[in-house]
Design a protein around this ligand. Structure first.
Ligand code: AMP
Ligand code: GLY
Length: 424
């Protein structure tokens, strides 16, 4: 097999590396990828995610077995539709099906139509009406830009004032441009958060092991929302009964609901969930693998990822076996992220064998053959062990020994699991 992965982050690094682990895979190209991936034998190809025709030509030229799409933007730009129209195999949702991520309002409509548990909500494009609804509901309350906002379009408002300010910013001041021309105002859900992803082939749903992401920039969930600062799997404070309930009440009806809506979903469906006192409820759907969840979840997959995708593309039953190992990934980000941050700092490239390094925002320095920071989330350090406590000790020992110039990271990834699991 010769595979093409589209995207350039840590998620794509993990996907490509996992694909290369299958001896039947000869070569994995990543477009455009990042130079940190080359250490793992991934071939970079300098075609932009947005250049669908360029990618199609490349796939034909290289006789690519199939293409896999990492990020949401090309999916929402219809890359899967374009590849299919060219007769090329690609794994991911169509542009219409990806709208489950691309529009919060559409996602809510699918949930309501299929009795999928989620917070009560209303959507607005009129600021005055939104504020009247918020005043009626009270705080805490959640304001979400309808469209894509790179994980930054959600305000969990603890006071009415914060909620009004968020509405003013999104609807009156265009803080998120077109993405914020409509807002969803949603009930605040209290409980532990977890990410449940599945391989989906129309009505068929194959759940993965769950993970917990850390959206806030700083320890103890303080600071601004980011793309994700670290993750771990398993999540022992979420019982198997809750996961089973979420598969039954969320993933399966969502897959069926997308068929009924005339937009069948094929690809990775990601449910962001909160385990409330009334059971798991959805806070978002994504139409792709999560970043950084993928960098931990794939380490618990004993089966071959490319064999799973090949089976799904052939409409056959995949073999999917998960292990009982624990994986923790800690993101090293550029100081200042998710605000304005520095670039050009030298990035670590050596770590003990026990650790895996997944690269994201990196470039090659002009003079020397060094990796330098070139984005907000720069890289992720991952350690797998027999349990979370050992994995956590291991990952922070590795990070302690790295020379970090202008990078910061959260020191509490895994703490919640270890604390809450003790309480249960
Ligand atoms: P999202 O970008 O939709 O994942 O939202 C960012 C973060 O906001 C989530 O990770 C949650 O921590 C929080 N959040 C989103 N929706 C809700 C909600 N309805 N209740 C409580 N917290 C929420
Ligand atoms: N880790 C959250 C996301 O990928 O959207």
């Amino acid at each position: 097999m010769k595979l093409l992965i589209i995207g350039s982050g840590g998620r794509e690094h993990a996907i490509a590396k996992k694909c290369l682990a299958d001896p039947e895979v000869q070569q994995v190209f990543c477009a455009p990828g990042n130079p940190g991936m080359q250490k793992d034998g991934i071939d970079l190809i300098a075609i932009a995610e947005s250049d669908h025709q360029g990618l199609i030509d490349f796939a034909i030229d290289q006789q690519i077995t199939w293409t896999f799409v990492g990020p949401e933007v090309p999916l929402l730009n219809g890359i899967v539709d374009d590849f299919r129209a060219a007769g090329l195999p690609i794994f991911g949702p169509s542009k219409q099906a990806a709208m489950i991520e691309g529009s919060k309002e559409f996602a809510k409509e699918i949930m309501v139509a299929n009795q999928i548990p989620t917070g009560a909500y209303r959507s607005f494009s009129n600021s005055r009406e939104a504020k009247a609804y918020i005043a009626d509901k009270g705080a805490p309350i959640v304001i979400k830009a309808d469209g894509l906002a790179a994980g930054k379009g959600v305000v969990v408002a603890l006071t009415l004032e914060e909620a009004f300010d968020a509405v003013t910013a999104m609807l009156e001041q265009n803080a998120f441009g077109e993405s914020g021309a409509k807002v969803v105002v949603e009930e605040f859900l209290a409980g532990e958060e977890f990410s449940l992803l599945a391989f989906v082939n129309q009505e068929k749903v194959y759940p993965m092991v769950i993970a917990q992401d850390h959206k806030r920039a700083f320890d103890h969930d303080l600071g601004p929302n980011t793309g994700g600062m670290g993750a771990y799997s398993p999540v022992p404070q979420i019982s198997q009964a809750i996961v089973d309930q979420a598969v039954r009440e969320v993933l399966r009806p969502a897959a069926q609901g997308m068929i009924d809506h005339g937009t069948p979903f094929i690809g990775i469906l990601y449910a962001g969930l909160i385990a409330t006192a009334e059971g798991p409820k959805v806070i978002e759907f994504n139409a792709r693998f999560g970043d950084p969840e993928t960098q931990v979840v794939l380490n618990r997959l004993d089966s071959s990822l490319p064999q799973i995708i090949s089976a799904l593309l052939a409409d056959e039953e995949p073999e999917i076996v998960w292990n009982n190992q624990a994986s923790i990934g800690v993101v090293l980000a550029a100081e200042g992220y998710p605000g304005i941050y520095q670039k050009g700092m030298i990035v670590p490239t050596e770590a003990p064998d026990a650790a895996q390094l997944y690269y994201a925002g990196v470039a090659t320095s002009a003079e020397e053959n060094l990796l330098v920071a070139n984005g907000g989330r720069v890289m992720l350090v991952e350690v797998t062990a027999q349990d979370l406590a050992t994995a956590q000790t291991g990952v922070y020992q590795v990070i302690d020994e790295l020379t970090l110039d202008g990078l910061f990271y959260r020191k509490d990834i895994g703490d919640k699991a270890l604390r809450l699991a003790k309480e249960i």
